[in-house]
Design a protein around this ligand. Structure first.
Ligand code: CP
Length: 292
């Protein structure tokens, strides 16, 4: 918790004026290994490293790496970690980041492992909440959409559960409910939470509404995806029931779950959130590499 607090304080300082860190990572190399598509995570990490004066190498398309020839992740990591100072990896397999960390000579950042976790998105989300709401104690957060495969939800719910007097609402169709291991972790930590399939029922109680995309790529059955994909669409009409100071977050990409008319609502914070992701990743890289 103290580390998080320090990281967010550094992030806010960077956001005001990053000149004190310019060139701080000169000579350092970040390898971005993305075995799954990404816009924000990969590019914000790379932008962060470049803004710190460091350099980046890597691939955004596994078919252009030797993984396409059958090389194991362990071998890839052993080799790449001898070329760089930090690895940022996204992989479709749950647990891939943990495995990579076991074989790497340098720190490994999990940029998303399957439907499991996405911890640096959580840093982005928490940092945005802290900046816009002022803190976490006593807040009520609603997670809406695909909570089964939504790795950003898993990481953020667990992190929020560390703060005092937080209430979580999980809003999803039964088929896309939060996994039992997340529910068990929350129960173990005595976090107050409830599950519902009706956004309208709880939207008026929320300080933060965290919308998520139904993740087509994780479904084994296309018909099931088509049946569930538009379960929740946030509209201006629904926003009328929300508090005036509630903020809407979304890890993005958005497909259909937030009507574009919401973008001009002052409560829509998802693009600010994406920008904040770059600053928090600057703070993270500088902290991991000891560059300040
Ligand atoms: N939020 C997020 O992980 O976005 P990308 O998939 O574009 O990296």
């Amino acid at each position: 918790m103290e580390e998080l607090d320090d990281l967010f304080t550094l992030t806010e300082k960077i956001e005001r004026d990053a000149s004190f860190l310019r060139e701080s990572c000169r000579g350092k190399l970040l390898a971005s290994l993305f075995f799954e598509p990404s816009t924000r995570t990969r590019l914000s990490f790379e932008a962060a490293m470049l803004r710190l004066g460091g350099s980046c190498l890597g691939f955004a398309e596994p078919s252009s790496s030797s993984a396409a020839k059958g090389e194991s992740l362990a071998d890839t990591i052993r080799v790449v970690s001898s070329y760089c100072d930090l690895i940022v990896m996204r992989n479709p397999k749950e647990g891939a980041a943990l495995l990579a960390a076991q074989y790497s000579l340098v720190p490994v950042v999990n940029a998303g492992d399957g439907g499991h976790h996405h911890p640096t998105q959580t840093l982005t989300d928490l940092g945005t909440i802290r900046r816009l709401i002022g803190g976490f104690d006593g807040i009520t957060v609603g997670f809406c959409g695909d909570l089964k495969f939504g790795r950003t939800v898993h990481s953020l719910a667990e992190a929020l559960g560390r703060y005092r007097d937080v209430t979580l609402f999980f809003i999803s169709p039964r088929e896309l409910g939060v996994p039992s291991y997340i529910a068990a972790a929350l129960k173990n930590n005595n976090v107050r939470y409830a599950e519902t399939d009706r956004l309208e029922k709880v939207i008026g109680e929320l300080d933060v509404l965290y919308m998520t995309r139904v993740q087509r790529e994780r479904f084994l059955n296309e018909e099931e995806y088509l049946r569930l994909k538009d379960s929740y669409i946030l509209t201006a009409e629904k926003m009328k029931q929300a508090r005036k100071r509630m903020i809407v977050l979304h890890p993005l990409p958005r497909v259909n779950e937030i009507d574009v008319e919401i973008d001009s609502d002052p409560r829509a914070a998802y693009f600010k959130q994406a920008e904040h992701g770059m600053y928090v990743r600057m703070a993270l890289i500088a902290s991991i590499l000891g560059c300040f």
